[in-house]
Design a protein around this ligand. Structure first.
Ligand code: PMP
Length: 408
């Protein structure tokens, strides 16, 4: 694999070189959003300085450039996730909008009275609430897949639910944002398919921590957000199988998504445009393509290997800290360390770390059903990226040690 030097990688991210509360910033909130390399910031600036125009409509040179850059970004995403056809890549605002789109189009199409959507207890609200909304409208039900005591998805219970109900959709995240657990999605897809259910994979956390091959994965839909992949906010992706996308009704109505409009009736454009009403986030798409290009330059395998070794380093250090309890599965996880310090509130830990320049996240992480299962008000969560260093982990451990001494 390619040469990887964390100090060189880190220098590509201008935001990281700042002080917070009089201390060097230690950014360990990468599961919430990742920082942007200079290449992405420059791609955004270049677009607005030189190429800004509306896409697909202009009869002039600048519009033509904008359109070509926008469609080249779609091709770059298609290659990145190994989509069979570029038309299978639909631009959205992010994971949340992608799931709402699938729920309101595919969900409305396949769910009938008594049908079921299965979703693990550990899902993000973005992969629960859209299904509840469509289920309510269609007389269907959302049923949760329970977890084992170690917070892994209970596959036996999953099988039983598949056998027991008319399951039309299974929606599951590749990696849990609250716990870092890598879920057995390939296995779950196989079981769901055998039971005749369609599968949506929420790749919000998975996409930056593995190389994704949607054809090999075998799901029907794969969704992610640009901002967790070193790209801009407000841009995301829905990948879907072409035959399903063709069969689905449109999501929002407006310009771009139509073929012809008249008061006698309107016909719709082909995919992907059928699902892209209105002026899209052109700069965001171009910025996301720049992020993917940057990440491929670093090497996704390098990024994953560095995060893994840093996670081992962190786990070794915190193993010595008797007050700190890791939350979640001891199975394989990405560089997400979710923890509790019994007798303290996670938000107090977060505040004391922030005072020492260490940025983590505390709270329910948009996973309230999981927090209810854990019987915890929330957790504290440190999440790593390839630009984090052992120095960052040392600073985190020292700050946490100090916080424990103050609070416990
Ligand atoms: N699913 C998971 C697993 C996530 O981690 C997130 C972001 N925290 C989302 C969905 C929602 O993503 P976004 O807010 O970018 O739409």
């Amino acid at each position: 694999s390619k040469y990887f030097d964390v100090d060189l990688a880190r220098a590509d991210f201008p935001l990281l070189a700042q002080e917070v509360n009089g201390q060097p910033l230690v950014y360990l909130d990468n599961a919430a959003t990742t920082q942007k390399p200079r290449a992405v910031i420059q791609a955004l600036a270049h677009y607005y300085q030189m190429d800004n125009s509306n896409v697909h409509r202009g009869a002039h040179a600048v519009a033509d450039r904008a359109t070509r850059a926008f469609e080249a970004a779609r091709s770059r995403v298609a290659r990145f996730i190994n989509a069979e056809q570029v038309e299978e890549v639909i631009w959205t605002r992010g994971t949340t909008e992608s799931i709402n789109l699938v729920a309101q189009t595919f969900g409305r199409m396949v769910l009938n009275e008594g049908d079921v959507v299965l979703v693990p207890v550990s899902e993000h609200h973005a992969n629960i609430v859209p299904w509840q909304m469509v289920a309510q409208a269609r007389g269907a039900r959302v049923i949760s897949i329970p977890l084992t005591p170690t917070c892994d998805i209970d596959l036996e219970a999953f099988d039983a639910l598949l056998a027991q109900h008319s399951v039309k959709i299974v929606a599951v995240n590749q990696v849990s944002n609250a716990l870092g657990t890598i879920n057995p999605v390939a296995d779950m897809i196989a079981r769901a398919k055998a039971a005749g259910a369609a599968v949506l994979i929420d790749g919000a956390q998975g996409v930056a921590h593995s190389s994704v091959d949607v054809q090999a994965l075998g799901a029907d839909f794969y969704v992610f957000s640009g901002h967790k992949l070193y790209g801009p906010t407000g841009i995301g992706v829905l990948w879907g199988k072409k035959d399903l996308l063709d069969a689905m009704p449109p999501y929002q109505g407006g310009g771009e998504m139509i073929e012809t409009v008249s008061f006698d009736g309107t016909t719709y454009n082909q995919v992907p445009f059928k699902f892209e009403a209105g002026t899209p986030n052109i700069a965001g798409a171009i910025g996301l393509a720049a992020a993917i290009e940057y990440l491929e330059g670093v090497g996704i395998d390098n990024a994953v290997a560095h995060e893994e070794s840093l996670m081992h380093y962190l786990l070794d250090a915190v193993a010595e800290m008797t007050h700190v309890q890791r939350v979640g599965s001891p199975q394989r996880s990405v560089g997400i360390f979710s923890f509790l310090v019994p007798g303290t509130h996670p938000s107090d830990i977060g505040m004391l770390l922030d005072q020492q320049g260490v940025a983590i996240r505390t709270g329910h992480h948009c996973t309230q059903p999981l927090m209810q299962y854990l019987n915890a008000p929330g957790t504290a969560r440190a999440s790593l990226s390839f630009y984090n260093t052992r120095n960052d982990v040392d600073a985190f451990v020292q700050a946490l040690d100090k916080a424990c001494r103050l609070l416990v």
